[in-house]
Design a protein around this ligand. Sequence first.
Ligand code: ADP
Ligand code: BMX
Ligand code: ZN
Length: 289
Amino acid sequence: MTTLAIDIGGTKLAAALVDGSLQIRERRELPTPASKTPDALRAALQALIAPLQEQAKRVAIASTGIIREGSLLALNPHNLGGLLHFPLRQTLNDLTGLPTLAVNDAQAAAWAEYHALGGKYRDMVFITVSTGVGGGVVSAGKLLTGVGGLAGHLGHTLADPHGPVCGCGRVGCVEAIASGRGIAAAAEGALAGCDAKTIFSRAGQGDEQASQLIHRSARTLARLVADVKATTDCQCVVIGGSVGLAEGYLALVEHYLAQEPAAYHVELLAAHYRHDAGLLGAALLARGE
Ligand code: ADP
Ligand code: BMX
Ligand code: ZN
């Protein structure tokens, strides 16, 4: 049965058809609208799925934000242009008339990556370093979503009590430092106003400040990985998101993790499904797999 899978991130929206053998067809992307009102997101989703929805029997959404009873509640509204709440399941159900499941993007990606490991490990954690920093925890073969959807929001654990204020209201969250937005926010002088993608390409051209910003992110992420190992004793940590998958980033995280005591070391892997982990995880969950 074909699933219309949708991934809602702070920077981009993606949609694709996912068939029974988990093959992705007709993948499309649009920028995430930055608007406090839900109308812009609804219109963008409508445009994104219009060419695909006829062919699908169900909808599966992986979305940034806390997903509670089918609705999106932003933990960090800055990542969504100030949008606080969006009725995800209801909107997609209204647009398509199809049964719809919604789950947090990093939780969905964790589930897909757990499947990709083919039973090798029962305890694993997925971390996306993207617009924000998101997480999904699989413990004893079960995906943790939490009673209120908050489980795995690892980006909002403490990295630095003297660090920047996070959009979630806490001070010094991992996300405020390590995420694409966190990298960009700390840029000064010639790099002020650049996004993380540009900062990575400047680092590749030898820009010292750009390189330091990326090291700061990777060092912060490595400490988070050590905290995650201490919390879950997971057998591997899978890294995704456009920052996480950027060339050289995982090797830097490995470099900084190696500086932590051995008890906190854990195997680090790049996401097997790359930028499609959220789409595929949501499709798997909608299929009850
Ligand atoms: P989303 O958060 O919408 O899921 P991404 O995973 O693409 O989207 O993450 C967006 C962040 O990644 C932005 O901060 C963007 O600047 C950054 N980014 C996008 N492409 C790259 C790249 N090739 N290298 C490094 N950073 C990137
Ligand atoms: C934020 C939070 C998480 C999300 C993570 C990664 C919001 C809107 N989102 O920590 O729910 O999983 O970002 O999201 O509060 P992405 O957009 O970077 O993929
Ligand atoms: Zn936070």
